[in-house]
Design a protein around this ligand. Sequence first.
Ligand SMILES: [Zn+2]
Length: 375
Amino acid sequence: MGDELYVVIQTENMPERKIKMNLKQGDKKVLADVQTAIFVTEEGSDTANILFTATVGQFAKKNKDTITNASNFTDYAIAKITLKSTNEEDNKKYAKALKAAKDKKAKLYIAMDAEPADNDWASVQYEEIFDNRPNLWYYGSGEWFEVNESRLYKKGDKGDVVREINIRLAGFGGNVPSENFTKRTEKTVIQFQEDYMKIDPTGVVSEKELKAIDEFSDKYPISFDQMKCDCGKCTGFGKGKFSSEKQKKTILEKNRKYEYPGIHRSIIYGLKGVLFYLDNTEKSLNYSFNKISSGYRCHIDNEQNDRASTNHMGKALDIHFNKDGKRTRKVSDIEDIRSKIFKKYLGAKFDWKAGQKNIFNLESTKVGAQRLGYG
Ligand SMILES: [Zn+2]
């Protein structure tokens, strides 16, 4: 519910004919009584109705300049509708009914007729597929259109999906992996909508944002092998040592010795965001990702290399970058990436100073001149 969708009807020898439709409840009462129409909102209309219309060929005519194969749609009637009423009471009723439905679904069908109709077509029932009245079609054969609960997330919501949004959009302004949809979440959603989706931002996550987030996640793969520990003795991501220090409130995170069982996904998704910005918005800078030079470093690896820091136990990565396709070691280039990408788009600050928690931090030039460390 709540989604925008196109209803596409293919016709033959019916140019300019107007097709009237409505979306009706199938064989079980959920949104409405069986065989009763539900309210939808048609594109360009301020009021919801049970009836919506499309004219054969109009879509092709209207879109001939923007869609290269518009002429292929000459024999189609296409209606763009939103599965919601303009009356919030109706929407509440639908949402409640879907939530209460056993499988959280409503099965619907479309009844339609072409003008001029010679019947009280709106009273058509789905069994009437065997009826031979002219100008009447509907989706039958025991198959239904399924409508699910609306997946819409906004400020104030909470739960596992929100946590996933917080993690996956960390590269769009930085965020913590909590289950709460906060003002900060809203800001990352807006940045994602503007920069990645290139749409007018709403700060709300609906089905299309969820799809775009999945697409973004798949588009910028990061090799797990590059993140693994080099010690040769652990699993690649430590052995879970010092588990008693995990989340222990009396020890600052930066001093905790716990070997997290992987690299935090917010860090990985932060890097995916960086890859996106380098490849798109800031392509003209001519930087690209080279590799993760240092991923996980467990306690054994620390001993082997005589170091003590615990950042690389799942909380940080060191990265090399290319300039014009070749690895750069120039301090000015790395500085450039720090300020024009990490600071600007991930909201990163420098060197894990006091108070700089719950955001991405970067090693400054004096700590890591030729590579970029962040966590
Ligand atoms: Zn190791």
